[in-house]
Design a protein around this ligand. Structure first.
Ligand code: HEC
Ligand code: HEC
Length: 342
């Protein structure tokens, strides 16, 4: 009898404990999230020191869209990386506080989680490091950091969300960018018609024209040399830097990667961007000079812009009008939907 009561008591305690943990918001908010790997991409790399939790993801998403991180409360990350335009801004350059024009075209943050380097010249290594730059940069969000931290501390919703994500730590810039980077690591694209065709066994997922265009992409156009596609995945970038001559014409001298490494061989090199969701992120190139994919294709047909450091894989291409159209059809099969996190 005694023994039965003891058992009953411990069962009761167990039940109570499990209800407590299931109900405890901090416990469930700290559950780790593993973004679903899109068809055609590898698992997204997540740094051990900044795993994604539900709380961090939700906080990061709020911060990404928060105008009040900027000096005059008008600009957020999403002003330039707008989901409506494939997480870019549909303009030649970034536009910061007070309408200040930046100097470079806004790259998409779609699949930026896979990048070995961030920025066109690769000057940041991680998403965390990268995110600090626009927040503080005078021509972008120009934040007064003390004011931003005060605002977050004094806004109960944020205060609470930071507590859920990071416990009792005082809010600081490192926590802000950890949360934003966690959100960015969920902005992934694959699952495009191209992926269903190439990796999903769906023979009719793309048109015959697009299939021919992919052949040109691989062979005659030599595009795969830099925009990689392999047997199991297609990141459409080699994560390297190349000189195509963009920025070395019109009397300019943009040194690109050389500014980071100080090496002459890096003169005029810029990072190979992904081509995923490319139809949504016009204009193109680091200076946003091309409005359409057709203009980009014509640029490659001409073999880039001659200069002493031009990449050896940049040669004139002999493509017929039909081949150019097919190549463009193929590029338009790379639009995938961003998977929503529940
Ligand atoms: C005023 C416009 C603007 C704002 C605001 C802005 N960005 Fe950017 N972002 C850019 C431009 C322009 C670049 C490329 C700059 C360069 O390479 O020199 C860039 C680059 C990036 C990259 C690198 C992508 C790649 O493939 O190299 C990431 C990631 C990014 N931004 C995230 C953010 C986050 C997070 C925020 C908010 C904290 C933010 N951006 C705010 C304009 C903006
Ligand atoms: C030698 C390496 C290399 C080759 C070959 C190459 N690309 Fe690129 N591609 C790049 C680099 C680097 C950039 C960015 C250049 C810049 O902005 O200065 C780029 C940019 C682009 C862009 C614009 C992306 C954006 O977000 O602005 C498109 C589209 C593109 N390439 C398609 C192609 C196609 C199609 C081919 C084949 C005909 C091709 N590329 C061949 C390296 C290469």
């Amino acid at each position: 009898m005694n023994c039965f009561r003891e058992n009953k008591n411990s069962i009761l305690i167990l039940v109570l404990l499990s209800i407590f943990f299931l109900e405890d918001p901090v416990f469930s908010e700290n559950k780790e999230i593993f973004p679903k790997t899109p068809l055609g991409m590898d698992d997204v790399p997540i740094p051990e020191k900044n795993v994604i939790t539900k709380a961090k993801y939700e906080l990061g998403k709020m911060l990404f869209f928060e105008n009040r991180l900027s000096l005059d409360n008008t600009v957020s990350c999403a002003s330039c990386h707008n989901p409506k335009y494939g997480f870019s801004n549909n303009r030649q350059y970034g536009v910061g506080i007070g309408g200040k024009l930046g100097k470079r075209n806004v790259p998409t943050i779609i699949n930026a989680a896979y990048n070995d380097f961030q920025f066109w010249d690769g000057r940041a290594k991680s998403l965390e490091e990268q995110a600090k730059s626009p927040i503080l940069k005078k021509s972008e969000m120009g934040a007064n950091l003390d004011k931003v931290l005060q605002f977050l501390e004094n806004t109960p919703n944020y205060k609470n969300k930071f507590k859920m994500a990071f416990g009792e730590k005082t809010i600081n810039l490192d926590l802000i960018v950890s949360a934003i980077a966690s959100y960015e690591r969920t902005i992934l694209s694959g699952n495009s018609p191209f992926d269903y065709w190439r990796y999903g066994g769906k023979k009719n997922a793309i048109s015959e024209k697009a299939k021919k265009g992919f052949e040109i992409f691989k062979k005659k156009g030599k595009c795969v040399k830099c925009h990689l596609v392999d047997e199991f995945s297609a990141p459409f970038t080699d994560h390297q830097f190349h000189n195509l001559g963009i920025g070395l014409d019109k009397g300019k001298r943009e040194i690109g990667r050389e500014a980071v490494t100080g090496r002459k061989i890096d003169m005029g090199k810029f990072k190979t961007p992904t081509l995923r969701n490319i139809s949504q992120t016009a204009p193109y190139m680091h200076d946003g000079r091309f409005k359409t994919l057709r203009e980009v294709i014509d640029f490659y047909v001409q073999g880039g812009i001659a200069n002493p450091n031009l990449d050896p894989d940049m040669r004139k291409l002999d493509l017929t009008e039909k081949e150019k159209l097919n190549l463009e059809s193929f590029l338009r099969t790379l639009d995938g939907k961003i998977i929503k996190i529940k």
